[in-house]
Design a protein around this ligand. Structure first.
Ligand code: ARG
Length: 443
């Protein structure tokens, strides 16, 4: 195998170990949308969930039933209405809705059985009627009132996988049709789950379809990969309501505010999507997070081995000059790193020089994060740092990335523009181009 391939695998394995360690013993609530329940990808999806379960991750399943309910009501000739996307569940429809809800739950049960794992279905959700809203009587459509989380916790401790049909009951035993996304969100907060997953046939928040708050990173395919709760709220404020994806983002924010660490929106048609999302730092969908996820911060001594690993491919390509451990250690304070869940994925440095000038150097981004705008984040951070230090001018010496620096306002300069001592060290053979950024000139 080519050595860079092997290297990539090693890095992946490191991430996997890091995340297994993080999530063992934690609870994941997984909503599988009705659109996925009928897909050929379902058995593999469940298999992957079973892999997680075998690592000691606790799994709670909530199947969506919309499509199945439509199907059964149609088959039995029962008409229904929807108002603002919410189904009105008539007394004659509710037995069929129950049938559909338990049918999809059973389907998951069967998949679990095929993997030798025990699932349980139960009546642990209290619900109440939505009642009459704006003159519309929602009849047997309800909302979650309370979840018997003690029982669910006991089941999880017994290594069972609880499955929740989208039905809740009132104290008198009357059944209500509840929204399974709402149910999954309520479950995740009442169980203080680590994660909530919304698995549907959508990849997540597509950047181009919304007005985005500032500073959001997009993947190369234009997907919003992660949002802090504050950013997610700005996204909700900046866009008209009623969009189903934004409804999920709204539930995600609520769950995060109620104690869930991370909510993931992923496409269940993509093979291995849950594993990719959980065990890699870039993930495979949109994540809304309440805890620390990524950060640009000063480099510490313990980061040096990782930073050297990161720079190595760039040194081999001769895009960066060789640096050894001692070089980094000696100028530790100049360096910053981009960290994601405890692992370093990019770095850069600001080396102060004479006459209130400094050099931007050693900018390196992990291949997995190429195209995400991480390099831009690092350089912007360094420029801010230079401003805060009251510096006058930045310069960069580069052999291959001159065009890239233009976006920050860097302009073409010459060796003659460098501070005296840097000019003396200038390597004629490398013949780097010199770019300059006047800090007073750009705001
Ligand atoms: N693997 C990590 C987790 O499960 C990070 C996932 C990042 N996902 C994303 N879509 N940006 O918490």
């Amino acid at each position: 195998m080519e050595s860079h391939k092997l290297q990539e695998q090693v890095e992946l394995i490191r991430e996997v170990f890091e995340y297994i360690h993080r999530f063992q013993g934690k609870t994941l609530v997984i909503k599988i949308d009705g659109s996925i329940m009928e897909q050929p990808s379902l058995p593999l999806l469940v298999k992957d969930l079973v892999l997680l379960y075998r690592q000691g991750i606790r799994i709670v399943l909530v199947p969506g039933a919309t499509q199945r309910i439509d199907e059964i009501l149609t088959r039995y000739g029962i008409k229904w209405d929807r108002v603002e996307g919410v189904r009105i569940s008539s007394p004659e429809a509710i037995p069929f809705i129950k049938m559909a809800a338990f049918d999809v739950s059973n389907r998951l049960m069967t998949q679990l059985a095929a993997n030798g794992v025990d699932g349980v279905i139960g009546n642990w959700v209290k619900a109440r009627s939505l009642g009459v809203r704006k003159g519309v009587d929602y009849q047997h459509t309800g909302a979650v009132e309370k979840i018997d989380s003690d029982i669910v916790r006991k089941l999880l401790a017994e290594a069972l996988i609880p499955i929740f049909p989208n039905i809740g009951w009132n104290a008198a035993g009357t059944p209500y049709n509840i929204n399974s996304n709402e149910l999954a969100a309520a479950l995740s907060s009442s169980l203080a789950a680590e994660k909530l997953f919304f698995i549907s046939d959508h990849r997540g928040v597509i950047g181009g379809q919304y007005v985005l708050p500032e500073g959001i990173l997009l993947s190369e395919e234009g997907l919003v990969t992660h949002l802090s709760v504050a950013e997610a709220q700005k996204l909700l404020e900046g866009n008209p309501a009623g969009d189903p994806m934004l409804d999920l983002v709204r539930l995600a924010c609520r769950a995060c505010q109620e104690g869930v660490s991370r909510v993931h929106i992923v496409n269940g048609e993509i093979e291995g999507v849950v594993l990719k999302e959980i065990f890699s730092s870039v993930g495979c969908g949109t994540m809304v997070y309440a805890n620390e996820h990524e950060n640009v911060r000063p480099m510490q001594r313990a980061d040096i081995p990782e930073a050297l690993r990161l720079m190595r491919p760039f040194i081999e390509k001769e895009a960066l000059v060789e640096r050894r451990e001692e070089d980094l250690a000696a100028r530790l304070g100049d360096f910053v790193v981009y960290e994601v869940d405890g692992l370093i994925h990019a770095c850069g440095a600001l080396h102060p020089s004479t006459e209130q000038r400094a050099e931007v150097a050693a900018v390196a981004v992990d291949e997995t994060y190429a195209g995400f705008g991480v390099g831009r984040r690092i350089v912007s951070f360094l420029i801010e740092r230079a401003r805060a230090l009251g510096l006058r001018q930045l310069y960069v010496l580069t052999t291959q990335t001159a065009d890239w620096f233009v976006q920050f306002g860097f302009r073409e300069g010459g060796v003659g523009d460098l501070p005296e001592e840097r000019r003396r060290q200038y390597n004629r053979q490398r013949n780097s181009r010199v770019l300059l950024l006047d800090l007073e000139a750009v705001s």
